[in-house]
Design a protein around this ligand. Structure first.
Ligand code: GDP
Ligand code: IMO
Ligand code: MG
Length: 429
C-alpha cells in the first residue's frame, strides 16, 4: 500500500455502516487512531481471529499492540464505560498502558446527564442510546460542563459539581418528577475516576500536532454517521455532535490542512436505530429477513435496527458534506440471494420529484422514494477477493452507486472479518 497522508473514516448513513471493520483494516498502516466526537453511544465491531470486540469509546486501533489511541476534546467521556472497556481489553490480554491519551478538555458525562437523557426520552421519543450524550454536550455549550482536567483537582471539581447540583436537581425533581441526584456520592465516585484517568489526560491537540510534524500517520475514526450529524442530519432525530468530517478539526485541535483523505463508509443497503425518518424502509417481511441476514441489532443497545434499500440521495449528500473522494461499501454479502434490488434515486414530494435530500424533516416525512430496480445475484460473495470475481449483477450494482453518488468505490466488504475485503485499484492508504 502506498502513503497517502492522513485519512478520515466517516459514516455516510445513519451510523453502524461498518466503520469499525474498515478502521481495523486501515489501522494497519497508521501510527495513531483518534476519535474526535461522540461518546459511548458508538458501538464499533471488530473481529480478531474468531473473537468479536465491540468498542464504544476507545478507538479501534487499540487492538494493535503498538498503535497510539487518542480521545480528542470533542469526545464526551463516561469514565465508568471507559474503565469497563479497559478492563475487558485487559482480560483479553490487550493493554492500554502508555499509548492511550485523553484530552484535558474533553467533557465528562455525569449521572445526571444520563438521568435527564432517560427522562426526556419519555416525552420526546428520539430513540437515543440513553448514554447521556445529548445532555453532556448541552452543558458543554451552556458553559457549565465539567472537563477531564477538572477531575484532577478535588477543590475545582467539588466547586463545579456543587454549583450544578442545585440546577440539575431542580430540573430532575420539579420538571421531570424524578428522584434527585446526590452530588456527594458523585463527588467521591468521580474523584476515584479522576485518579485512574490522570496518567492519560493531556493536551491531545499538542500531542497530535507534534506527531504530525514528525510525519506520523493518523487515522481519524468517525463515530455515528452524517445523517445523525447535529447540523446535517435529520434534525431533531440526530445525535448531538458533528459526526461529519468537519468535526475532526474542532474535535481534535488540528487544522484542515492536516487531512489528506476522506473515506465515506456506506452499507450496501440502509439501516437506522431509534426514531426518525427512513424513507427507503423495507416492508415488514423484508425488514425482518434482512435484519436476520445482516445481524442488524445495535452494538450498543441491542435494539433491532430498521432496514431499507440503499438511498443514493443520502449517500450523495454525505459525500458532499464530508468532501469524501471515495467510498467503502460494506455488507454486500448480505444482499446475496435477493432476486431484485432497489436503489432510491429521487423523492416524490407533492407532485414534484426531488433529486436532492431535503433538509426539513416535515418535507422528508411526506417524501415517497422513487426507485430504480436492478437484478440481484444468487451467488455467495463472502469468499470473493477480486472485484472481477464478483457476480456481474453485483458489479453492476456497485457501478450504479458510483454513477449516482459521483465518487468511486475503493473498498468492498463482503464479510465482518478483516480479510473478507476487496481492495480496488483506486484504493491508496
Ligand atoms: P460501526 O458502528 O460503523 O462500526 O458498525 P457496527 O459495528 O455497529 O455494525 C456493523 C456490523 O456489521 C457489525 O456487526 C460488523 O461485524 C458487521 N459487518 C461489517 N462489515 C461487514 C460485511 O461486509 N459483511 C457482513 N456480513 N457483516 C459486516
Ligand atoms: P456508531 O458509531 C447508530 C443514534 C441513536 C439515536 C440518535 C441519538 O456505532 O455508528 P444519542 O444517544 O447519540 O443522543 O442518540 O443517534 N445513534 C447511533 N445510531 N450508530 C451509532 O454510532 C449511533 N450513535 C447514536 O440510536 O437514534
Ligand atoms: Mg455501531
Amino acid at each position: 500500500m502506498e502513503w497517502m497522508g492522513n485519512i478520515v473514516v466517516v459514516g455516510v448513513q445513519w451510523g453502524d455502516e461498518g466503520k469499525g471493520k474498515i478502521v481495523d483494516l486501515l489501522a494497519q498502516e497508521a501510527d495513531i487512531v483518534a476519535r474526535s466526537q461522540g461518546g459511548a453511544n458508538a458501538g464499533h465491531t471488530i473481529f480478531r481471529k474468531d473473537r468479536e470486540f465491540v468498542l464504544h469509546l476507545i478507538p479501534c486501533g487499540i487492538l494493535y499492540p503498538e498503535k497510539v489511541c487518542i480521545l480528542g476534546n470533542g469526545v464526551v467521556i463516561d469514565p465508568k464505560v471507559l474503565f469497563e472497556e479497559i478492563d475487558q481489553l485487559q482480560n483479553y490480554g490487550i493493554s492500554v498502558g502508555d499509548r492511550f491519551f485523553i484530552s484535558d478538555s474533553a467533557h465528562i458525562t455525569l449521572p445526571y446527564h444520563k438521568q435527564v437523557d432517560g427522562a426526556r426520552e419519555l416525552s420526546r421519543r428520539l430513540g437515543t442510546t440513553q448514554r447521556g450524550i445529548g445532555p453532556t454536550y448541552v452543558d458543554k455549550m451552556g458553559r457549565i460542563g465539567i472537563r477531564t482536567s477538572d477531575l484532577l483537582d478535588f477543590e475545582i471539581f467539588k466547586e463545579k459539581l456543587k454549583k450544578n447540583a442545585e440546577e440539575k436537581n431542580f430540573i430532575l425533581r420539579e420538571f421531570y418528577k424524578e428522584t434527585g441526584w446526590d452530588w456527594q456520592d458523585t463527588l467521591e465516585e468521580f474523584q476515584r475516576y479522576g485518579e485512574r484517568l490522570r496518567p492519560w489526560i493531556t493536551d491531545t491537540s499538542l500531542l497530535i500536532n507534534k506527531a504530525l510534524d514528525e510525519g506520523k500517520r493518523i487515522l481519524f475514526e468517525g463515530a455515528q454517521g452524517t445523517l445523525l450529524d447535529i447540523d446535517f442530519g435529520t434534525y431533531p432525530y440526530v445525535t448531538t455532535s458533528n459526526a461529519s468530517a468537519g468535526g475532526v478539526c474542532t474535535g481534535l485541535g488540528i487544522g484542515p490542512t492536516r487531512i489528506q483523505q476522506v473515506l465515506g463508509v456506506a452499507k450496501a443497503y440502509t439501516t437506522r436505530v431509534g426514531e426518525g425518518p427512513l424513507p427507503t424502509e423495507f416492508s415488514p417481511d423484508l425488514d425482518e429477513m434482512m435484519r436476520i441476514m445482516g445481524r442488524e441489532y445495535g452494538a450498543t443497545t441491542g435494539r433491532p435496527r430498521r432496514c431499507g434499500w440503499l438511498d443514493a440521495l443520502v449517500v450523495r449528500k454525505s459525500v458532499r458534506v464530508n468532501g469524501a473522494e471515495s467510498l467503502a461499501i460494506t455488507k454486500l454479502d448480505v444482499l446475496d440471494g435477493l432476486e431484485r434490488l432497489r436503489i432510491c434515486v429521487g423523492y416524490q414530494y407533492r407532485g414534484r420529484t426531488l433529486s436532492e435530500f431535503p433538509n426539513q424533516i416535515e418535507v422528508l416525512q411526506e417524501c415517497e422514494p422513487v426507485y430504480e430496480q436492478l437484478e440481484g445475484w444468487q451467488k455467495e460473495t463472502r469468499a470473493v477477493r477480486r472485484i472481477e470475481d464478483l457476480p456481474r449483477e453485483a458489479r453492476k450494482y456497485l457501478n450504479r452507486i458510483e454513477e449516482l453518488v459521483g465518487v468511486k468505490i475503493s473498498i468492498v466488504s463482503v464479510g465482518p472479518r478483516r480479510d473478507e475485503t476487496i481492495l480496488l485499484e483506486n484504493f491508496h492508504w
